[in-house]
Design a protein around this ligand. Structure first.
Ligand SMILES: [Zn+2]
Length: 245
């Protein structure tokens, strides 16, 4: 008998527009279609994502606007209910107390059962990709906001006076880990993931991403009974009944 966990409200926290689509788009599309409310938080608006020699600093706000539009389009395809942009500067993100506090406020506001984010421990992937420091910073701040500050009454006590009571997140889904313990079958939503990712046309080679995503998801599903997967390390912070499939 297989059981599959289905949360009611989830929050995705990532550094840049497109990070979410690359990593957890299949899971979000699947959960949204099963009735889950998705809140998508993007910490920077990707305003440094261009190496066009004809563009300078004055292009940054233009690029931010374009990338937010692309993120909105992707979120619509995935079935995201709420889209939040925090508008920190792209490429300069740090896991500060200020960022942790703002994420804590968002978690207390939207009350997700699950937060999904990247792996704050990941410096390198394979031999060709040094993880972007913004990814590590976003993931670290997200994990630290989930625990302990979202659920601890007297951490960021000024949030209480703003009306934000503590909220305990039940599960933390960390993607991009070399030691996953949970695989979400995304066979039915892999094409939606690809389509969502293709909305980031200013950043990704639209014609190539289908093969990339399917190759990765097939690799993630190796030795599993389904074709495509997204894999996670899941921290179960609060136990609850699982839904039987
Ligand atoms: Zn990124």
């Amino acid at each position: 008998m297989s059981t599959e966990y289905l949360p009611k409200v989830v929050m995705s926290i990532h550094a840049h527009p497109d990070d979410q689509e690359f990593s957890i788009g299949g899971t979000l599309a699947k959960w949204a279609r099963a009735g889950c409310e998705i809140v998508s938080v993007t910490i920077t608006s990707g305003d440094s994502g261009s190496n066009d020699p004809s563009k300078g600093a004055d292009y940054k706000p233009v690029l931010a606007e374009l990338r937010e539009k692309e993120q909105h389009a992707a979120n619509e395809i995935l079935g995201v209910k709420e889209t939040v942009f925090m508008r920190y500067p792209d490429g300069e993100l740090e896991p500060t107390i200020a960022l942790r506090r703002e994420l804590t406020r968002l978690i207390r506001m939207y009350k997700p059962d699950v937060v999904l984010t990247g792996n704050p421990e990941a410096w390198f992937y394979g031999n060709e990709y040094v993880n972007h420091p913004d990814h590590r910073a976003a993931a670290q701040a997200a994990c630290e906001a989930v625990f302990p500050s979202a659920g601890s009454r007297l951490i960021f006590a000024d949030l209480l006076t703003e009306g934000f009571e503590p909220h305990e997140v039940k599960r933390l889904y960390v993607h991009g880990t070399e030691k996953p313990d949970t695989w979400v079958d995304v066979s039915e939503t892999i094409d939606i993931k690809v389509k969502a990712l293709q909305q980031h046309a200013s950043q990704v080679p639209v014609d190539e991403v289908e093969k990339w995503m399917k190759d990765w998801a097939k690799e993630d599903a190796k030795d599993k009974e389904f074709e495509y997967a997204e894999s996670y390390r899941v921290m179960i912070l609060k136990k609850e009944e699982e839904h039987e499939k």
